[in-house]
Every structure is written in structure tokens, then in C-alpha cells.
Write a protein of this length. Sequence first.
Length: 289
Amino acid sequence: MPELPEVETVRRTLMELVAGKTIERVSVNLPRIIQRPSDCEAFAAMLAGRTIGDVGRRGKFLLIRLNGLVLVSHLRMEGRYGLYRQDEPVEKHTHVIFHFNDGTELRYKDVRQFGTMHLFEPGEELKLPPLNKLGIEPLSDAFTLKSLRDKLQHRTTKIKPLLLNQEYIVGLGNIYVDEALYMAGIHPERTAETLKPKDWERLHIAIGQTLGSAVEAGGSSIKSYVNGQGEMGMFQHKLAVYGRQNEDCKQCGSTIQKSVVGGRGTHVCMNCQPLPRQQTKGEERQKAN
Ligand SMILES: [Zn+2]
């Protein structure tokens, strides 16, 4: 699944490819991609004649802004956009085509068919699902040390699932949570309330740096992510802990271990990310009871 850096890369690419283009008509080959309005013919009719202004992002959602409308698009597992000439053959799994009046078209391809599109009037999109409950944007000015602590520091649950929860912070997926926790020296199973002020500081910096450098590198391509122009992301070469189980920790030489935390594959260096003794004892006591 693309994570925030990948979606950000797609956003930037799409912006270059389609800003300023006017939609002549829209073809929908798989109606269930279109979530709002419920009728895909109405969807197509609303978009005809509109011009794309810019492309924004909220969490992992793309916001394609047109004059008088906002198209909210989620790529989910395998969704991809590509710009083609009208005379190029349409590939398999192409579900939505935005035909522009300049002879080009933006095609949405999705092998897994999990992607979604919602159409809103400007301003409406942030008040309604799927965007209305999203948490802080980690690459924005709103993501401060204080905002991070205010949201999470009194929670009694494990830090990793909290960071994955999109209602607190958006766009952090499994790869970057493992990377950020490793960089911050925090064990993924520590409960949020056991984190010290220094831990929060390191975590805040680590989240920004991990996502920031991934955006610079064009997103990771662990699964099968390709950006809007068909280029694979480069970040996988820089991962420090994710996917490196049984390899040596780059900081201390210990073996990276893989376990499951909150149902997700989790990578950790037990030396660089120790569990506090108190929490270890507490868990042993719980097990003994
Ligand atoms: Zn280590």
C-alpha cells in the first residue's frame, strides 16, 4: 500500500501532468470506484467542462481541485494514475478515464479495485467522510511536539498502533512507523504513557525526518508502488530497520528482530530500542497471573 511519501510523490507528479487541463468527458468502467455521488453517470456529468486547478493531499488521499468541485481519490492497495494520448491502447484494469480537450487523458488503473473517488463542493470535503476524522498532517506546521504529546501521551496502549491510527496522525503506515521508532530508539510495544519527554522529542524529530527524506527520495517501492509517471520510488534502499530482519543493526551490530505488534509485522533492534524494565516486569506479572 502506498504510504504518505508515495502519495505525496504521486501528488507532485499529477500536479505537473494535469494542472490547467480541462475535462471534456469522463468514462467510468467500474462504477464501484465512484463512492460519491452514488450514480457514476452523475459523477461524469458533474466533471464535464471543469478545469483542474491544483492537486492537494490530506493523509493518503489526493485532492484534485477543479473549478467548483473537489475530487478526493484514494489509491488504496494498487491504484495508479497515468497520462496518455487518446490514441494509446487502454490497458487492462483501467476503470476511470478523464478525457481532456487537448487530446490527452488521465487514466485510473487499479488491479485490486479497492481505490475510491468522492466528489464534493469545495469546503464540503473536510466536513464529511472520508476526510472528516483524519488526524494531524505530519509534514505540516500543525505537527508540533506539543500536538504529538497532547494526542498520545496519556494513552495506555502500545505506541506503534497509536502511530498507525489515522485519527491521531495521518499517513504513517507500517514501514515509516518502524523506521521512525527505530530512529527514535523507542520499542514499538512501549505504552505511550511510559515515554519520557526526551522520547517524545526524539519521536517527533524522527517522524518528520523519516517522512521528509522519503518524500525527497520519491517514496518507497516495497510492494509495487509506481508514481504517476511510472517511475519506481527509491526509498527502499535507505530503510534502516523495515524488512531487515536477521540482518545487523546499522547502529550497534545486534540482529534486527521481526515480531508482530497489533497484527502488523514489526522490525526492531532490542539493543537500540529497549523495553523499559518496569513494562517488561509488568507484562511478566500479567502473564503469571
Ligand atoms: Zn541496534
